[in-house]
Design a protein around this ligand. Sequence first.
Ligand SMILES: [Ca+2]
Length: 185
Amino acid sequence: MQFLFVFVFLVLYSITTGHDLQCCQKLESMIYRNTRLLKELLRRHPKEIPVREVAFGKSCRQSSTGWGEYASKAVDGDLNTYMHTGKDQSPYWIVDLGKPYQIKQIEIFNRKHGDINTGLRLRDLDIIVGTSPYNMHLCAHYAGPAQLGDHIVLVCQYDETARYVKLMLRRRDFLHVAEVKVYAL
Ligand SMILES: [Ca+2]
């Protein structure tokens, strides 16, 4: 709305004064200032930014596969299915979003069924992001422990543009989660 008001005002100013060149310079300056203002407002109010989930059905893999629970089960949209690694040192799961996105929020759904101790395995979890599998860094950490069926919401500590999102435990154990959702611009 601010842009529209400024644009209309300056067009009328241009018509009435006839100083086209001067007006264009002022218009350019005001658009620049208002663009900066809009970016600042969006940064302060992330909940108002329309984001979309970008991990569903995307290509993914994991450090190993246990009990036939493949990596793709973490992005199949079904909270009753889950991925499951073997008992690995720093077990991980990684998804390729297909292209870089501005990551806003990552949601993890712990498995719903099983022994209570299996739910507790979701702890000391690193969320790592990057533009390539070979250029990744820590985005967020979940200390946990989680309970069966927990819904965990994480936000990167800094603005991140990433194509790959990785979950990795900081120990030797099994990693299994029902679903991973990545919300991005
Ligand atoms: Ca699932």
